[in-house]
Design a protein around this ligand. Sequence first.
Ligand SMILES: Cc1ncc(COP(=O)(O)O)c(C=O)c1O
Length: 485
Amino acid sequence: MNQRVLPIVEALQRHNDKRPVSFHVPGHKNGSAMPSAGKEFFSSLLDFDQTELSGLDDLHEPDGVIAAAQKLASQVYDSAHTFFLVGGSTAGNLAMLLAAFQQDDVVLVQRDTHKSIINGLRLAGVKPVFLYPEYDEASLLSLGVSFQTVEAAYQSYPSARGLILTSPSYYGWTPALRLLIEHVHDRGGVVLVDEAHGAHFRAGSIFPDSALTQGADVVVQSAHKTLPALTMTGFLHIGHSSKVSVQALQEAIAMVQSSSPSYPLMASLDVARQYLFELMQREDDEIAAHLSEQKRNILNASSKLREAVVPEGITQDPLKCIVQVPDGYSGWMLQRYLEEKYIFTELADHRHVLFFLSFEEVPEWTYDYIGEAVKQMMEQEVIDDCYRPPLLPPSFGIQPIHDNISRREGEQQQELVEESYGEKAGADLIPYPPGIPLFLKGETLIGERYTYLRQWLAEGGAIHGGVKDKKGNWYISIWKKDGET
Ligand SMILES: Cc1ncc(COP(=O)(O)O)c(C=O)c1O
């Protein structure tokens, strides 16, 4: 197949070349009905914001240009089938769970997972057994679930129908999955992988192996995270020997995505696939040199910065740079000083700032500003007694079947986080980013996770499931206490 063509982009261009008259949705009528402020802002987009007209195919029953574009993506990724997603990995994760499992199936789930997986478990009505990851002692970052944990989980739950993994981590750490996947297949289960941060892995051998090449049944990727695609786009790939059918996935995707998928989003997937193909033609050494120069420039911006050391058994995605801040300071502090200089990073935590690098050039002056931001931060008082636990305490190991992750125990109320010890979470409490629920709705707010939550908020982290008032106090959602109205 010719990877240089762009079926969706070209079909939209052909359509517009005819200067079409619109008696159809969308209401902006190829831009002619758009008020002037919007017209200017969206000018280059409106002509392409079309609907399922003749020649433009239909994402939910594709047999024309969208089918051709998906096929080109499937060839690049070497999948049995690839679907375009216009609701991000969120939609892909929901769909893969709905397609792969039946109500009440027991499913093994890596606990440090994005909230979309948790919500997918709820929608599918399955019974999750959460597997806690291992942690790197130095950085306290997740290493993913170990083979031993999965093996032990199968001993307790031999009827488990499959395993849901998240790999790479948000930070780009990628464990080898092949043995885990084989183990689950040997037991008749399916392996679904949220690979939201790995859409570029096919670009060359300097990147970690995708879960797809290691035999996963279904793999979901956010194209918009690491490839040049518009926000909300993604791919859902089916592996060559997957037990989850194209039909089941097609139906599930149609359930969770709009019946009017955005053509600009789909066209951008076409472009991102072509970009990936061109990256694959570039020499690995050239890409590696480019990315390591960017990383070096960031780290050399100040003698105070270090890169987190990659532990044994983990492959680091070279597109990510995990910068460790000096003791006595937090990642959020550095992130704030960088933002004052209009340098925006992907994520910060207690001790790191995560930079997503670029396949393209970055302005040279950036690095001087990074150096200055570090200097300004170091002029501040150090934080004493900084408690820096891992996100989810590893001591949990395997958590028995979670009896009701959809539990609703009455009305929610907002409570100061300091006053909420011992209460039950009224909503999932989710540090954001990375979007991994710390407490699920109904869980009791105690223990190391509660300490983590307090520390996360005190140091400047944000959460979903809570609100900050003007004075900076955090209120979180809990179930209404007995006797209160
Ligand atoms: C691991 C992981 N999975 C899924 C998602 C959801 O992806 P999207 O924003 O494409 O819906 C995210 C978003 O940050 C994520 O980090």
